[in-house]
Design a protein. Structure first.
Length: 492
């Protein structure tokens, strides 16, 4: 079966503002929850820098997997001797024209990026937006239009203005729903006629803790209360977007790397089913428009008796049903295993002995991408969109600055071929593919720069030092050929 894809298939790349954009204190941008997150490594987890009223500094861990509680009387502070990757990132703020030209050079027809909430509303609860922030994204859209690249805009990518976290406890408060919808309405007003595809949230099934959600106390109750408020905010935004922008399409993004039973032992298989529901809980609720029948079972794993313990308003049920998503987008990087007795989790698991691993220990499983695409469509029956995929690896430029990243080409050859088989053989309707970090950016999980994903090398080290010069890698030309043949080159 040919690997050539439908003529309307969208090819591109994806970034987030706090990993890519920089310019954290320019043109009226307010501080974001991620602006207080340190750099790190696999051995030294990232953390927030906070100060208690008595002047004592504390460093609660900020990882999705191990987000520590933050005392409500702790104030986020910036320390002079601490490097904060989000402040500069790789400076798209001043390189957007160069970077978009490089994307166009590969033949991208879509670019997924997130808008910094605190660049539009510095505190989050204002009524009037920051005009200079709107102007920046207007400039980005003009540059994309120059090269006939359509935007795929993520409204909220794992962050919020820190003021909303400090004053309202982030998504733990229903008040933040209204602030978010006002923010989204502003984007629709200014950019709605120029953008068809939107994402309300990023990896909503995985986010937790102060950085991604603004919530101080990392408990099961707070996490799922925040999730409900985000569900309602998303549904209200979908309803508003459909009203304001005819033909607009809305999704949310989920971390859905595959997870298999560790053995065929029935207890392992059933545990895996239950563990996968940790993710389906989010997809089902937003994709179908109602909480699944197993919701109470999920909540009980997190110390919550049942769904009745989550604060809701009477109208929420109808809002969720009316504001369900138009398509399902997801990230896919790896696969893992789970077995009976494992702790409950949304992302990760144990290693699969049948797979090779990346330098960061992620199992490389291209067939798992095809498997996941089928799982999602069989379950939800709505189009899907692969909005993150890629290989994080250490690149070594040669004496001329060139990067011969054949390992990345091999990874993409296998994963894109699996994607094409899901589309052409399994008949899964897939809108497009945006590879994560087409131009090198800062890693979310570790805050490192050396964990690189891009087709374009950025001259910057883990502490932000370097010229920031952009240099296309070998994979740049390879991907250009794949896109210009609409996937047919994958058969070569």
């Amino acid at each position: 079966m040919t690997k050539e894809l439908p003529n309307d298939f969208l090819w591109g790349g994806a970034t987030s503002d706090f990993q890519y954009e920089g310019g954290y204190n320019e043109d009226g941008r307010g501080l974001s929850t991620h602006d207080f997150e340190s750099n790190g490594s696999p051995e030294h987890p990232r953390h927030h820098t906070m100060m208690l009223p008595d002047g004592k500094l504390i460093n609660p861990k900020s990882s999705f997997m191990d987000a520590e509680s933050v005392p409500k009387n702790a104030k986020p502070v910036l320390l002079k001797d601490q490097y904060y990757p989000s402040h500069q990132a790789v400076d798209f703020y001043h390189h957007y024209k160069e970077d978009i030209k490089l994307m166009a050079g590969m033949g991208f027809n879509v670019y997924r990026f997130s808008i910094s909430w605190s660049r539009i509303f510095p505190n989050g609860d204002e009524t009037e937006p920051n005009e200079k922030g709107l102007q920046f994204y207007d400039n980005v859209l003009k540059e994309l239009e120059k090269y006939h690249i359509q935007p795929l805009i993520t409204i909220c990518h794992d962050e919020m203005p820190v003021h909303l976290a400090e004053k309202y406890d982030g998504w733990n408060s229903r008040k933040v729903i209204d602030f978010y919808v006002n923010y989204a309405k502003t984007l629709f007003t200014y950019f709605g006629k120029r953008c068809k595809y939107w994402l309300t949230f990023n990896e909503i099934n995985a986010v937790r803790g102060f950085g991604p959600t603004g919530v101080h106390e990392s408990t099961g109750k707070n996490r799922y209360q925040a999730a409900h408020n985000m569900f309602v905010a998303s549904a209200k935004t979908v309803l508003l977007g459909h009203k304001m922008m005819s033909g607009s399409q809305f999704g949310a993004m989920y971390a859905l790397s595959a997870c298999y039973p560790a053995t065929c032992k029935p207890e392992d298989v059933f545990h895996n089913l239950e563990q996968q529901r940790e993710n389906w809980y989010f997809v089902d609720t937003m994709g179908r428009g109602y909480y699944p029948r197993y919701a109470d079972l999920i909540l009980q794993h997190h110390g919550i008796k049942n769904l009745a313990q989550i604060a809701m308003e009477p109208e929420d049920k109808q809002i969720l049903r009316d504001g369900q998503l138009d398509y399902i987008s997801f990230s896919y990087y790896r696969s893992n295993l789970s077995k009976d007795g494992d702790k409950w989790f949304n992302v990760g698991g144990s290693s699969n002995p049948y797979l090779k691993e990346s330098p960061w220990g992620w199992g490389l499983d291209p067939l798992g991408l095809r498997y996941t695409m089928n799982l999602i469509y069989d379950r939800i029956q709505k189009p899907i969109f692969i909005v993150e995929n890629g290989l994080g690896s250490i690149d070594h430029p040669d004496e001329n600055g060139n990067v011969n990243d054949d390992y990345r080409i091999d990874y993409l050859q296998e994963h894109l071929s699996a994607m094409a088989d899901a589309i052409n053989i399994d008949k899964v309707p897939c809108l497009g593919y945006t590879m994560w970090g087409p131009i090198d950016l800062v890693s979310l999980s570790t805050g490192e720069m050396k964990k690189r994903y891009g087709f374009v090398y950025v001259d910057m080290d883990d502490l932000g030092n370097g010229s920031l010069k952009r240099i296309p890698k070998k994979s740049y030309q390879w991907m250009k050929h794949v896109i210009e043949t609409n996937g047919k080159a994958l058969d070569e």
